[in-house]
Ligand binder design. Sequence first.
Ligand SMILES: [Zn+2]
Length: 124
Amino acid sequence: MKTGRKVIWLELLDKSKVAVAEQGKDKEKKPRKAMPRWFWPVGLMTTGIAGAAVVVLRGCWHRKMSWPIRVEGYSYQVCLGCGIKRLFDEDTFHGYGSYSYDLHELIARDRVARLKALHEEKPA
Ligand SMILES: [Zn+2]
């Protein structure tokens, strides 16, 4: 009885091994049109490194901004973490435009943007 069961199990195991082996053969026969094996690991690694680089290089996310400060007819906020400045719209009560450490650069950019908007509104 016991030996007979063992034989059956061995046969089953052998059959499954054969099936696995045949599957392997099938895979080998098929021409691989898919990406090479290293593609996904390398892709994931690159994505991870790029993400880490962004976090490290960016450093400050400018989440804590100062109360708006008014100078030369412009309001701006200063990041309490790194000191970068951003213009502030008092009407909508939101910061707008790009960040810069140079306030005069921000004001100049804003003037250019407003002039462009004016020219586009009034086509002669
Ligand atoms: Zn900041």
